[in-house]
Design a protein. Structure first.
Length: 275
């Protein structure tokens, strides 16, 4: 009898097993550098990527597997990432255009593009490959000769989804003195591309995404779908050595918290200097 009870007890124990589910997802959008850019020096005060000036236009290729899902966001430079010491200001111009496509249906990309500050936005509505070239011209201090040395500027390229993105420009904001001594400011623009979100929070971070104190008229701002709003971010000049990112993050109202929503955060990088 005791033996029978032992057998029944063992049979009553639950059995467990782990079964893996594996899935491989291929990238649906790939960005590749097709050609690196080169500045020509057509005159003592000018650097230009125009071939007629001895320059080379940088070219990037977007390979998209899904139509009507991504946007290409390409920002031409407004500052040097590396250069000799410059004692005067630099005037920047630039633009981005489609130079080649793999599908005739992409022929309308240039006409439909949107330009916000120095960022050009293309809706990638057709699957395939698209080549974009960016022009850049830097003119030093009203025809003042540039110092000798190596100059490097960066074209910022990113891709976002139609369904879950908001936009903030410029990607590299210019830091300027404010009307308050010891305080500097950055002028920003936010565009709400999300129908499911109306509120965004502004934050400033260091390189490790630790909060940096700042002031702004809009720490939490409300934007309707497709609405654009300009705002300023004020920082103590002493905090510039630590401040790296100005970010906006989508916020969900408490009464909507039961609905699953994608949070989007867009950041612009501060170069740490004043204009």
């Amino acid at each position: 009898m005791k033996y029978s009870l032992a057998v029944l007890s063992l049979c009553a124990l639950p059995a467990y097993a782990n079964v893996d589910i594996t899935g491989n997802v291929a990238a649906k959008c790939v960005i590749q550098t097709d050609k690196a850019g080169v500045y020509g020096n057509p005159s003592a005060s000018v650097l230009s990527t125009a071939p007629s000036d001895g320059g080379v236009l940088p070219v990037v290729r977007f390979d998209v597997a899904l139509a009507n899902y991504y946007t290409a966001n390409i920002t031409h430079p407004t500052t040097f990432s590396s250069s000799p010491v410059l004692s005067d200001s630099v005037a920047w111009t630039g633009s981005t255009a489609v130079t080649n496509t793999s599908d005739a249906g992409m022929s309308g990309y240039n006409a439909a593009k949107t330009v916000v500050d120095n960022t050009t936005i293309f809706d990638l509505t057709v699957a395939g490959s698209t080549w974009f070239s960016t022009s850049s011209t830097a003119t030093y201090a009203a025809s003042k000769p540039l110092p000798g040395g190596t100059f490097i500027a960066v074209v910022l390229i990113c891709v976002s989804s139609f369904v879950s993105a908001h936009e903030m420009t410029p990607a590299y904001p210019e830091i300027k003195p404010s009307h308050v001594k010891g305080v500097v400011k950055a002028q920003m623009t936010l565009v709400n591309q999300r129908e499911d979100i109306k509120y965004y929070m502004v934050e400033v971070f260091d390189k490790n995404f630790i909060n940096i104190p700042f002031s702004s008229p809009y720490r939490i701002m409300k934007l309707d779908y497709k609405e654009r709003k300009n705002f300023e971010v004020y920082l103590r000049k002493s905090d510039l050595v630590r401040a790296v990112f100005i970010c906006t993050t989508s916020k969900v109202l408490k009464q909507r918290s039961s609905k699953t929503l994608i949070s989007s955060r867009i950041c612009s990088r501060i170069d740490g200097g004043t204009a």
